[in-house]
Ligand binder design. Structure first.
Ligand code: SAM
Length: 250
């Protein structure tokens, strides 16, 4: 913790999730590429390119991890240096100090220094007043959160009126013929890749299980409605391997 991220007090599932991500932090980016054959980059690009956001906005990227989404958002949010007033800002929030550190080092190495804030936080209880952000995103994060309803309510609370929430997450594959192939990948290939490249099969076994347990498209949409979002909708990518859910604060 030499960069000063405190350990946030946690329950059992949170402790497990904490161990998983502390264990994979340094290998996290490599593993994403291996597991998805690089396709996660396309999903993330699409997720950010279709976001309701403009220059000067304040954006919160929850469970932001090593900063893939924050980095893509930066080009859409930050103004040029000449109008430094009302610059726009991306808050990268994650419960895990190790993931945040990898993210911050990565940004710094790329020379992307201004416009980011790094805050260690639990998505279930956000340390911001109501109506703080124009856009709130969470990519491949919600399924790791213990109390997803609480996280969705918090996302709704910190949004400004008219603001958008976006969730990018693994979902339910639509085509029946693809399901056995996908399950084989998740429960056989994935843990082996984890063992081979990250020396850690268990963490990747956990990831596969968390994907299977995550609420499918319609259920997550209902959860967003219950959390107070309006005009909730979703779009499947890659045949439902992942889905983008959106909702607005009105
Ligand atoms: N958004 C990044 C991306 O797409 O590459 C990182 C996704 S990573 C699979 C999931 C992240 O969620 C981890 O960095 C983990 O620490 C974080 N996380 C898990 N539970 C959380 C919680 N309750 N609050 C905030 N972040 C959490």
């Amino acid at each position: 913790t030499h960069f000063g991220f405190r350990d946030v007090p946690t329950g059992d599932k949170q402790k497990l999730v904490g161990q998983v991500f502390s264990s994979v932090a340094s290998k996290y980016d490599l593993m994403n590429d291996l597991m998805s054959l690089g396709v996660h980059r396309v999903w993330k690009r699409y997720f950010v390119a279709t976001a309701q956001v403009k220059r000067g906005d304040r954006v919160l990227d929850l469970a932001g991890g090593t900063g893939d989404i924050a980095l893509l958002l930066r080009d859409r949010v930050l103004r040029q240096a000449q109008d430094a007033r009302d610059q726009g800002c991306i808050v990268l929030g994650d419960i895990n100090g190790a993931m945040l550190r990898v993210g911050r080092d990565r940004m710094t190495d790329m020379g992307k220094v201004g416009g980011f804030e790094y805050v260690q936080m639990n998505a279930e209880k956000l340390p911001f007043p109501d109506a703080s952000f124009d856009l709130v995103t969470i990519a491949f994060g919600l399924r790791n959160v213990t109390d997803k309803d609480a996280a969705l309510r918090e996302m709704q609370r910190v949004l400004k009126v008219g603001g958008q929430a976006r969730v990018l997450e693994f979902s339910q594959v639509k085509a029946d013929w693809f399901k056995p192939i996908y399950d084989f990948h998740s429960f056989n290939v994935l843990p082996k890749l984890g063992k081979l490249f990250a020396g850690d099969a268990d963490s990747y076994q956990y990831l596969a299980e968390s994907i299977r347990k995550h609420p499918p498209q319609e259920e997550l949409k209902s959860m967003m409605q219950a959390a107070g979002f309006a005009r909730c909708d979703y779009k499947n990518l890659s045949g439902g391997i992942v889905a983008i859910h959106t909702g607005y604060k009105v």
